[in-house]
Design a protein around this ligand. Structure first.
Ligand code: MF3
Ligand code: CO
Ligand code: CO
Length: 315
């Protein structure tokens, strides 16, 4: 069962049944206020057996992988995986048009990963059923691709992660579908700027908390919220590893950044309140107030002098 059914808890977090709470208001809402509802999810797609797969591909449970011993070799692999993830994200972004379902975007991403000899990292990660996450409008992150066609005025977050050469590359962008309202346009711009402020704060010898400080300052200056319940993460041999990268200022995050570290910066920025609720599918996180959210993500490498973005396309 996905999305609120009549007897499920309402998406707003009130604890009331959906039918006793927001159901009637959702049905009557004008198009711009209409909330996203879950569609149908197709069966999990197979990955050709020739593609090397991460530990959880069969079981759904990740096991920590040994670290690649040679630092230069590890970085070379991270560059290849990061570049490939960025290419797949660009391809999926181009396909995000009015009338296209998020399931169709998933198929494009799935095939684009395999064409590069890569495994789509989300597939069966803790049981996630698809190759990418597609997060529409008030969905903050971890939206499951389904039968819902994109509508004029939607925004959709496309989070692509792939596993290539024994390491993961992870990136996300939120794109407009057709023409979007001014507030959504501003949200997309500021959310991307927030990510780049965070990336710009990456420097060896500085505490990880510098990243969240930079992101939060920019979001606050525009009156936007920063989601606190989900964070960036170390990445490489494992999809999610230490350190945690908070997107708000937490003075306790004292760990120092060091050359050679690889992690993500992936702030989720909200027009309204940053608190979330999770749909009954166990994945889809939406804003509790139903207002829109946008996310951007890069995988980065801490260098001797600053930062290298591993999921940028060459220009
Ligand atoms: N790509 C997401 C991240 O940025 C994680 C998705 S995990 C999934 O960390 F299981 F939801 F796919
Ligand atoms: Co991601
Ligand atoms: Co990530």
């Amino acid at each position: 069962m996905r999305g609120p059914g009549p007897n499920d808890p309402c998406w707003c977090g009130s604890g009331k049944k959906y039918k006793k709470c927001h159901r009637d208001r959702d049905a009557e809402a004008p198009p711009t206020d209409r909330k996203v509802r879950a569609g149908t999810v197709t069966p999990m797609r197979a990955v050709a057996p020739s593609i090397p797969r991460p530990s959880y591909a069969r079981t759904g449970r990740p096991r920590p992988a040994p670290r690649i011993a040679d630092p230069a070799d590890r970085i070379a692999r991270m560059r290849r995986a990061g570049r490939a993830a960025a290419e797949v994200l660009a391809e999926v972004s181009r396909a995000a048009r009015v009338g296209v379902t998020t399931d169709e975007l998933d198929v494009i991403a799935h095939e684009a990963c395999i064409a590069r000899g890569a495994y789509p990292s989300p597939l069966n990660y803790h049981g996630f059923p698809k190759a990418i996450c597609t997060s529409v409008n008030e969905v903050i992150l971890h939206g499951i691709p389904d039968s819902r066609p994109l509508q004029e005025g939607d925004i959709v977050g496309l989070d692509v992660t792939l596993y290539l050469d024994g390491v993961h590359g992870d990136c996300c962008a939120t794109v407009p579908v057709g023409r979007v309202d001014d507030e959504s346009e501003r949200l997309l711009r500021v959310a991307e700027e927030c990510m780049m402020k965070g990336v710009g704060a990456v420097r060896p010898g500085r505490p990880v908390s510098d990243i969240g400080r930079a992101v939060e300052a920019h979001a606050s200056a525009h009156g936007y919220g920063v989601v606190r319940s989900f964070c960036g993460h170390g990445i490489g041999e494992d999809f999610h590893a230490e350190p945690q990268v908070l997107h708000y200022f937490e003075p306790g995050a004292r760990e120092l950044m060091q050359a050679g570290m690889t992690f993500t910066v992936e702030p989720m920025i909200t027009v309204g309140d940053e608190r979330h609720v999770v749909w009954p599918d166990g994945w889809t996180a939406v804003t509790a107030d139903g207002k829109r959210a946008a996310q951007f993500e890069h995988t980065v490498l801490v260098t001797d002098t600053g930062v290298e973005i591993l999921t940028a396309l060459p220009r």
